[in-house]
Design a protein around this ligand. Sequence first.
Ligand SMILES: [Zn+2]
Length: 364
Amino acid sequence: MRKKKRKLKVKKIIAALLIITILILLCLFAYNKYEQDKYRQTTEYKLIEKGYSEDDYKTLKNNLSEEELNKLLNFEYDTKILNLIRIKDFKFDNLERYLNYNETDDLEEVVYLVNMDIDKLDIPYSNKIMSLTKEQFFIKDNLERYINYSNNNSEISTTEVIKDVNSNIDYEYYTNIKDTDLSKDNLIITNKYYKLSSTYVPEDLVSLNGTSYLATRETAEHFKEMTDEAKKLGYTFKINSAYRSYATQESLYNRYLSQHGFAWAEKYSARPGHSEHQTGLAIDMVSASTNFDTFENTKEFEWMQDNAHKYGFILRYDNENQYITGYSYEPWHYRYVGVEAATKIHELGITFEEYYAYYVENGQ
Ligand SMILES: [Zn+2]
């Protein structure tokens, strides 16, 4: 009887232990399943499912943020992605465009060009594009023109291509003419590609140093400052021309035309609306004892070369860039652009055409 009871007790204990064991196992199983399910929810698991190895995942994690890793789930597995993300200027937001830009196998170039939005332009890739984009004064909007111009002028360097096209000389003179953007104030441009309307008269014309010649107030103030300083050093100047109205320019141009013919008039004079003298920002000046022809050889000219920019003036039509400015060398023609621009132009040794294209119109 006692033995039976004892046996029963042992059986009960075994049964209880069994149940406990089963319960523990069940719990472990459930926990494991839970953990597994949890892992399956992770980006890591999903990315590995897509085809990335664990090492790949480490690379992705090292180069991308949590948010970017998540976004990567929208992309098919692509080994290219692993190489792209290691490139210095890689931007995740451009990933799709990098992958679609199949013009070159060089992924560094892909990142570089797509970051510049070159893929948005309908221009086939060429080595030339890379060298053009690296140029100091490269303007993206001009890319197609650079390439066309370069194809038509294979002998010239990319630097020259940029310079010429930025100055519009890939177009014939007096073609593709735009209206001068008057909002640019002292930096407005007037040349063979930009014109002023026949009614344009600067608002604040004043006398230049008490003479009958007129220029804008700011031009006159800076001119006075400059000539006063020059005077202290014994240099005196005389003005030959400053503001000219549309009508004056028209009669001047027509006079040249009838006296010397079309080619001469075009070379030495501007068509009405295209003269910088209509802006009120230009002054023709020579030293007191000289005239146009000999001014270049004077100390006064030398002083202007070194100092005009400090007062906001530039020599507008220099000797080397006649093909860019469209005018023959005029040592006497100075243009007010403000001290900042004049200094920059002086330091860079560029024409106003180049400066305008890159810094003013393109807003660099
Ligand atoms: Zn002039």
